[in-house]
Write a protein that binds this ligand. Structure first.
Ligand SMILES: [Zn+2]
Length: 305
């Protein structure tokens, strides 16, 4: 599953090519991939223009100018692939459309769909825009979805309401983070970080990396954390996320970003994740791998207390 930095990378790519486009046609070919029928979705969005592409945790939010938003979750195998119009309409030359709209790209689960012809057998929803370009929502395993909701009610959506704050939100402080940790809890700090109601968007990679950066063992209970450790963990989460976004995301299982490029975070900056047996980049001791909260967990027993 993509983590927050990967979804942010996709958001930036989508924002670049979708904003300003007008939906001309939409077709849902898999019921599980959309919360409403093909006809209902068409009635709701045909003729509307894309105004914004935002994100809450791993949820992408495509805002339209008719006060409707499309909540889009890629889950395990979802992809969003944009294809510019095949034929040169001449409209670009006339200045009617900006040059940036000329490029194709895709983001999400990496497979052949990025380079093959679309639609293919994993295509669940096709959005066609007024210039003949398309956005394909592909999802091999059908766990992802598109859900139209009134823009004013996005925060009331059950899933959105279940999520904790965005770790990179400038308003999210170390005090807010401390207040969201279950006080006196015997749960491991790693499991609490993975719980999307604590802070949204932290998955296995960034939980391990943040805990290393904060020098905290993943198996420690929340109750055992000192105030200064909590502050260090808060700073570490933000720092890992920001670094990964700067690197274009992580490359686990050849994860590709919105332009089909592989992110470089794991190669360049990850200190413990996927490095079991390799020397710690700080002290040289071998990185250990164990299970915490049911997930493969990487740590340095020398650097982390
Ligand atoms: Zn170490």
């Amino acid at each position: 599953m993509p983590e927050l930095p990967e979804v942010e990378t996709i958001r930036r790519g989508l924002e670049r090519v979708l904003v300003g486009r007008v939906v001309q046609h939409v077709e849902v070919s898999e019921k599980r991939s959309c919360t409403v029928s093909s006809q209902e979705l068409a009635a709701a969005i045909v003729g509307a223009q894309v105004e914004t592409v935002s994100r809450h945790g791993k949820l992408l939010i495509i805002g339209l100018d008719n006060a409707l938003s499309l909540l889009t979750h890629l889950r395990m195998t979802g992809q969003l692939i944009f294809k510019a119009a095949d034929v040169d309409t001449g409209l670009e030359a006339s200045g009617a459309f900006p040059d940036k709209w000329e490029s194709d790209f895709g983001g999400g689960y990496p497979n052949q769909s990025f380079i093959g012809n679309l639609p293919d057998k994993t295509t669940r929803i096709i959005f066609t825009f007024s210039d003949g370009s398309h956005l394909y929502f592909n999802d091999q395993r059908k766990f992802g979805y598109v859900k139209p909701v009134p823009t004013g009610e996005v925060q009331l959506d059950d899933f959105v309401a279940s999520l904790g704050p965005e770790p990179l939100d400038p308003c999210f402080s170390a005090e807010d983070f401390a207040a969201r940790l279950p006080k006196g809890s015997k749960r491991s700090v790693k499991s609490v970080l993975l719980d999307q109601s604590t802070v949204t968007g932290i998955g296995n990679i960034y939980a391990d990396e943040s805990l290393f950066l904060a020098r905290i063992l993943p198996s420690r209970t929340v109750a055992s954390l000192t105030r200064s450790e909590i502050t260090a963990l808060y700073a570490a989460i933000r720092s890992c996320m920001e670094q990964s976004i700067a690197d274009g995301g992580s490359t686990m299982k050849d994860y590709v970003d919105s332009e089909g490029l592989r992110g470089e975070y794991l190669d360049l900056h990850a200190t413990v994740f996927n490095r079991a047996g390799l020397p710690c980049r700080v002290c040289g001791a071998p990185i250990r791998k164990t299970k915490v909260a049911g997930r493969g967990t990487h740590y340095c027993e020398n650097c982390q207390k």
